[in-house]
Design a binder for this molecule. Sequence first.
Ligand code: CA
Length: 245
Amino acid sequence: MEDTRALISVDGTYHQGTIWFTQSQIEFDLNLRDGRDHQIAVYLVRLWAAERQERIEVIDAASRQLLEQQTIADIPDGVYVVLNVRGHIILRVVRDSEAQCVASGFFLDPVQSHLEEWRSGFFGQAGASSPEIGGDKADPDHDGLPNYLEYALGLDPTEAADGQPFSQPAIHGNAMEISFVGQVPPAGVSVTVESSSNLIDWQSVPKQNDRVDIVSLPYGLQRTTYTFDLTSTSRRYLRWLANPN
Ligand SMILES: [Ca+2]
């Protein structure tokens, strides 16, 4: 009969009662090179009837400084010890009782999408999960550009100063020209522009005699220049939209 306290196999077909165990301590060397916070979990389980107490320590690999520790008194029938870590750390499981030191599983948070990485990179895990801060429509730097548009345009959503990436409009005869330098939008994201003469009726750009010119620049940047025909109207309002493809 399977012991359901044991971790389930990778293919999900059976419970596998395997553990690391020593008489003293177990160390995992974990080097997270992306500069971001990660959530990790260590699964502890008492598969046989020995009372045991363990301590989980997170240690900076370079300085050997103790960053965090949690003590688990009398390990129950399965517990996940969850920790938030970043950089190069040593995760140490230490025996705090007479019994052997054991650990049954070790889990790293799942691979994030490009957007999720962008979001947690700027806002941290707590901010990224808060709709008011990390939500697609949130504007925590109050520059008028919602997060998803900042993502699409390659801007910093925590820095209002870079939220005005557009040139001043220039008038040439019956045409108005405005340009924007930004990153090429990430894969899966489309950026479109709409214009209006009354802020009520909006139409996609370009229309009729409008023109859009895109010039590739070094370092993954591009300059997009919009030229609008003002023959039939004296006003053109513009809005930028970003949406998943
Ligand atoms: Ca913003």
